[in-house]
Design a protein around this ligand. Sequence first.
Ligand SMILES: [Zn+2]
Ligand SMILES: [Zn+2]
Length: 156
Amino acid sequence: MPPASPKSSTKPTGLDCRMAVLGAGVRLTPHRREVFQVLAESTDHPTAYDVFNRVKDRSPNISLATVYNCLEHLTTSGAIKQVHVERSQARYCANLREHVHFHCDSCGKVSDALPTTDFDPAQFWQLPPGARVQNASVAIHGQCPDCAKNHSKSRH
Ligand SMILES: [Zn+2]
Ligand SMILES: [Zn+2]
C-alpha cells in the first residue's frame, strides 16, 4: 500500500466542485490551487498580503506578484469573490455559498451573512425587467457583536 499522505487526497475539493460548475476555460496551476486552498481555510477575508503570508508556508518560492495574479484569475473566473473595503485593500472570500458581507465599521471585521431562506438574487431584488445577473455583491455595514457590546458598555 502506498503511504497515505494527507495532502494528496483524491477527494474532490471545494475548488474542484466549483470548477466543474464554472466549466472549462479555467486553468488551475498548482499556485492557484494553493491560493484557493488558503482562502478556503480562512474565515477572516484576508487581503492579498495576508494570503501571501499564509501560502508562503506551503509554497516558499511563491511571490507576492504571483499571489496577486492567482487572486485576479480566481476572481474573474468566479471561483472566489473580491470584497471591496472602503479606503483599504481589497479582501478575498472563497465561501462558495450565496452570501453577502457584513462590515463592522468599528474594527473593520468582515463576516459572511448567509440568507435565512433559499433565494435567487435575480428574483429577490427588483431589477430592470430582462436584466441578467452575473454576480451579486451586497455589503451591509454596522457594528459586529463584540464592538456593539463594547459600545453600549462605554456609554453606561
Ligand atoms: Zn465572504
Ligand atoms: Zn467590530
